[in-house]
Each structure stands twice: as structure tokens, then as C-alpha cells.
Design a protein around this ligand. Structure first.
Ligand SMILES: [Zn+2]
Ligand SMILES: [Zn+2]
Length: 251
């Protein structure tokens, strides 16, 4: 072997060992810590999807070069399913529905798009197609497929576990985030609408439920401490007072 080849081989070995060292010294403790948080968050339930969520969030931080979990609102996540994956992503990134830095796009997919709102770079991260079948190779002693995935997803290299693709958003993130403190009243149902979610229909300002159809149909019953009664027997001025008393004003 020539001297150049030998030095190339030594470099490759060093690079490989540095990679392992980086994974074991840096990634593993952080992953373990985040997974513990996710598990606690999830009533002590640990599962492969939470591991995937944590790994996806950590990978997003690495690729976008952001220090995560964030203390601000720079990173925004679109997560394509609800459930355990979200808990993993939340602890790893700090993005949360409650912080208005996460939105569930319910496609029923273990996938998420992470948007750096400063640079507008958007990365969609999914598990690789092979990740599930490759899990056995990384956890040959696991008792079943589920445990193999649980263990393997914690040690598989990013590139084998996850696929990241740059994407362009077809919806306006600025419109989703909207502006703080905006509030209008629906001309049909009289309920408040925040975050510019109103719809203009034939000169009227309506909530989406009234304009586009709601996910519920109201019954005739109002249910509450003193209001389990039919609408036609209700004094509406009293209902209004009850509503305002029961619902603290947010703004
Ligand atoms: Zn789970
Ligand atoms: Zn309405």
C-alpha cells in the first residue's frame, strides 16, 4: 500500500471513529435526556414513535444549525400526525401548539417539516423507507419488531434512519402566525375570532364554522351548572351573562 493510500485510510478511520465518538458522547446523552422528558410527558409510556420524534427534532436542529430545544419562536414545525411523534418533536425542538410554533397537518404520516422562520429554509424530515426493516440489524436481540424499532431508532445513524428534503411551503406561514391581539366577532354566531381566521362572505364577516360548515352540529341543549334546559325556555340575556362570566377574556 502506498503512503498516500495509507494516510487516506488512517484519515477515513479517524473520521469514522470521530463520528462514533460524536454520536456516543454528544448525541446519546442528549437523546436519552430528551426521551426521558418525552416519556414523562406521555404518562411513562415510551415507544418507537417518540424516539423517531426526538431524532427528527434533533436532526432538524443539526441541519438548520439551530440550538434546540429553542427558548424563542424561531423554529416552526408542521407535524403530519398527532400522537406520540409530536411529544418527541416537542421536547427536542421546543416547538409546541401552545406556543404557536407547531401545527398538526393530519395526513396520518410520521413526517414533519421544520421551518427556520429567519432564513425561511424549510426541511421535511421522514423516516427512510428502509428504517423499519433495518431496525433488526441494529437490535438483533430484541424480543419483537416493536422492541427492535424502539432500540434501533436510538442508535441508527441519522442518514440511515431519516431522510431530509428541502421543501417550499404552499401556504403562508406569516398568515398562520398572524398578529397578536387581533379579534373580531362573527356576524352569524356572535363568537370571537382571533388570529385573522375570519372569512368574508357576501359582505359579511363570518367565522369558518358559519361560513364553511363546522365539525359539530349544535343540539338544542345548553349544558352548564344552571343551564341544562332547552333553548326555548332560556332567557338569552342571562345566557350572555353566564358566557361572559364563565369564559375569562384572554385579550
Ligand atoms: Zn407511543
Ligand atoms: Zn360564526
Amino acid at each position: 500500500m502506498s503512503r498516500e493510500n495509507l494516510s487516506g485510510l488512517v484519515d477515513a478511520c479517524l473520521f469514522f471513529m470521530t463520528g462514533i465518538f460524536y454520536f456516543e458522547e454528544k448525541i446519546m446523552p442528549e437523546l436519552k435526556n430528551l426521551l426521558e422528558q418525552s416519556t414523562q410527558f406521555h404518562h411513562d409510556h415510551v415507544c418507537p414513535r417518540q424516539v423517531l420524534g426526538v431524532r427528527m427534532g434533533m436532526y432538524a436542529g443539526e441541519l438548520l444549525d439551530l440550538a434546540l430545544p429553542q427558548a424563542d419562536k424561531r423554529l416552526f414545525a408542521f407535524v403530519e400526525t398527532d400522537g406520540c411523534l409530536i411529544d418527541g418533536i416537542t421536547v427536542a425542538t421546543g416547538c409546541a401548539v401552545g406556543h404557536r410554533t407547531m401545527r398538526v397537518m393530519d395526513y396520518g404520516k410520521s413526517a414533519a417539516t421544520f421551518v427556520d422562520t429567519l432564513t425561511e429554509c424549510a426541511l421535511r424530515i421522514t423516516p427512510t423507507r428502509e428504517s423499519r426493516t433495518r431496525a433488526r440489524d441494529y437490535a438483533p436481540n430484541a424480543s419483537d419488531k416493536w422492541h427492535a424499532q424502539l432500540n434501533a431508532y436510538q442508535v441508527m445513524p441519522n442518514t440511515e434512519l431519516l431522510l431530509a428534503q428541502e421543501v417550499k411551503l404552499n401556504i403562508s406561514l406569516a398568515a398562520i402566525i398572524s398578529r397578536h391581539g387581533l379579534r373580531v366577532v362573527c356576524e352569524e354566531c356572535g363568537e370571537d375570532i382571533i388570529n385573522e381566521r375570519e372569512v368574508h362572505r357576501e359582505g359579511r364577516l363570518l367565522c369558518r364554522a358559519c361560513a364553511l360548515g363546522a365539525y359539530y352540529s349544535p343540539s338544542e341543549l345548553l349544558v352548564g351548572q344552571n343551564h341544562s334546559t332547552h333553548l326555548d325556555t332560556i332567557d338569552f340575556s342571562a345566557v350572555e351573562t353566564w358566557r361572559i362570566a364563565a369564559l375569562p377574556m384572554v385579550d
